[in-house]
Design a protein around this ligand. Structure first.
Ligand SMILES: Cc1ncc(COP(=O)(O)O)c(C=O)c1O
Length: 482
């Protein structure tokens, strides 16, 4: 039986086992233990190629900068670098990692709302392509720092465009109520103030409309706003900027297997199953702006422009799978007493008088934080019995001593399915797999409950699988304690 989550030449079922790039996931779990993250370099390349198609629908150079915050283990950064694209960092630490892996200054852009002087110094010393300025105050800090170092800082201003998308509220970054960026009038003030400074090179403007944006047209709205800003800057100050940066945020379809779709409220469903080609959104945005420029007689503003994108999730999310083992199971009578009506209805669809089969895994929100903070959905399958029918329902939870460490919405908003479907009779020892776990997982992980951070295997393009991060040890748990 072909499962809806299968992806040809990437996620397959052979001998009933999940195979990733042809490698048996169960064998990887046995060799390295669980929880274990497994990444596919071929899938990373596939995702980058998909984004690079945007280059063919615009009339200017395209610079793609991988958002390192999504996952920055060195082996992943190296795989990204080997693909030929550039990188976006968010701290002095990520900048250090990017340089360590061999990205050159011109390949690096640096975001962040609270940059410290040492981080600005390091960015200037490395001669990075753009420090993306978050406020007028930060601009003065950057100029002062460059002056002190007798150097020039390349800068781009981050704007807050007031564009709302249908993503999760915690992932909105382009509203005045968000903490990011400058209002357009502040940006104009900055351009007027610093245009003759010998210590800054005003290179571009930037925005990021949020992560997992379900609407492609949001990119056209954003590009139009950037273009109008470029035009005004040109008219008022004579400065012709070299780049615009449309940020990241292209969605990943977390619900390719729609077995639980009926249990999501409509907005959640639209967000988790969002699926559009980045090149379609970028092509539409470019066409719109080109027409506006032609109608307004200002096409020269577009001459010599480079378009930047800084995607993270769309490059790394579906390239990563989290393997986990069922460590415990128990049965509990189904209780509809304390649950809200919508959840109770889902429960009632199950056999009356049934018991809940609970499976306790070794993958908790210490390694998949979004499952708790944003009620994020990761599709769950059995790696051991990947090809079987998924018709038995279970309540799933992680290993943490924390009531929030569950795979359903314990707050009762019904944003996640109450139960997961797996093959019949799952018992302790079975290896399960959470799909699309590559982004914002290990990158946000903690040792909460004294748990070791998990190892990471990368399956290279030649099919060989090797560790790019080892499992932590007791010593790692106390390594920084004084
Ligand atoms: C400024 C900025 N750029 C890029 C990204 C990457 O977004 P995504 O991983 O959704 O592509 C983020 C993440 O939210 C961000 O804050």
């Amino acid at each position: 039986m072909t499962q809806a989550w299968q992806i040809e030449n990437f996620l397959d079922v052979r001998d009933d086992h999940l195979h990733i790039d042809g490698v048996d996931a169960v064998e990887l779990a046995r060799e390295h233990g669980t929880p274990l993250f497994v990444y596919s370099e071929s899938r990373i390349r596939h995702n980058i190629d998909r984004l690079q198609k945007s280059a063919s629908v615009i009339d200017c150079p395209l610079k793609i900068c991988y958002a390192a915050k999504a996952m920055s283990t060195l082996g992943i950064l190296k795989a990204v670098k080997d693909s030929g694209i550039d990188i976006e960092v968010n701290s002095g630490g990520e900048l250090w990692k990017a340089l360590k892996v061999g990205f050159t200054g011109e390949q690096i852009i640096f975001n962040g709302t609270s940059k410290e002087v040492w981080e600005i110094e390091n960015a200037i010393d490395a001669g990075i392509y753009a420090i993306q300025v978050d406020s007028l105050f930060e601009f003065s800090l950057i100029e002062e720092t460059a002056k002190r170092l007798s150097k020039k800082a390349n800068v781009s201003l981050r704007l807050v465009p007031e564009i709302e998308t249908g993503t999760h509220s915690g992932l909105q970054t382009a509203l005045l109520t968000s903490k990011f960026g400058m209002m357009p009038d502040e940006a104009f003030e900055a351009f007027r103030k610093y245009k003759d400074s010998p210590h800054v090179d005003l290179r571009g403007i930037h925005l990021h409309i949020g992560s997992q944006n379900p609407e492609p047209h949001a990119y056209a709205d954003a590009f139009q706003m950037l273009f109008e800003t470029l035009e005004r800057i040109y008219k008022e100050t004579g400065i012709k900027l070299g780049h615009v940066n449309l940020g990241g945020g292209f969605p990943v379809n977390y619900l390719r297997d729609r077995m639980h779709s009926a249990e999501f409220p409509r907005e959640q469903l639209e967000m988790f199953s969002a699926d559009f080609e980045p090149a379609t959104a970028i092509g539409e945005a470019w066409k719109l702006v080109k027409n506006i420029a032609a109608d307004g007689g200002s096409t020269e503003v577009l001459d010599g422009l480079t378009l930047l994108l800084e995607p993270g999730r769309s490059i790394i999310s579906d390239a990563g799978v989290c393997l986990t083992t069922v460590r415990n199971h128990k049965e509990r009578p189904v209780s509809n007493a304390a649950v809200p009506a919508a959840v109770a209805e889902a429960s009632r669809r199950r056999d009356a008088g049934a018991t809940d089969n609970w499976l306790l895994t070794d993958a908790g929100f210490n390694i998949l934080l979004s499952m708790e903070t944003y009620k994020w959905y990761y599709h769950l399958i059995s790696a051991d019995r990947a090809g079987e029918a998924y018709a038995s329902s279970y309540k799933l939870a992680g290993p943490l001593c924390d009531g929030g460490d569950v795979y359903f919405d314990h707050e009762g908003h019904n944003r996640l399915p109450d139960h997961r479907l797996l093959p019949a009779n799952v018992e302790a020892g079975e290896i399960l797999a959470l799909l699309n776990c590559g982004a914002y997982s290990l990158a946000q992980a903690s040792q909460y409950n004294g748990r070791f951070l998990p190892p990471v295997v990368l399956i290279k393009q030649d099919g060989s699988a090797g560790l790019i991060r080892r499992r932590e040890t007791f010593e790692d748990l106390i390594g920084s304690d004084v």
